[in-house]
Design a protein around this ligand. Sequence first.
Ligand code: 5GP
Length: 132
Amino acid sequence: MTSIFSKIVKGEIPSHKIAEDDNYLAFLDINPLAKGHTLVIPKREVDYIFDMDDDLLAGIQVFSKKVAKAIEKVVPCKRIGIAVLGLEVPHAHIHLIPINRLEDINFGRPKLQFSNEELAETAASIRQVLEK
Ligand code: 5GP
């Protein structure tokens, strides 16, 4: 199903990209629960994560691991929490969220507001770690 995330993949709408390869793209969530809150998606259009074929599903975990390790170098936290909801955007995605306590990954609480410049700066710092 075509969604806003396919438009991000095609570059038709902007995003703060973190990493990409042939199959996956990571970019900052526009309404984050924490600084560095990142979404990892398959480039292929799949709505439900458990409809992804086995190789694509296994690969997104490995891709997410690399991204998570870079996020935690930029955003001090106890660990990177992962969550899959998919209630808003019908394109499979994994949330990577720096957390220190349970409430940090509570999707019911108000989202944080960062300026476009702040998001760009965070994305650039994470990309820099990945490039090392
Ligand atoms: P979910 O589908 O997992 O319930 O939530 C979708 C997530 O995608 C939300 O955290 C929301 O902030 C994020 N999101 C929705 N639209 C956009 C967008 O256009 N750009 C970015 N970067 N994130 C988005």
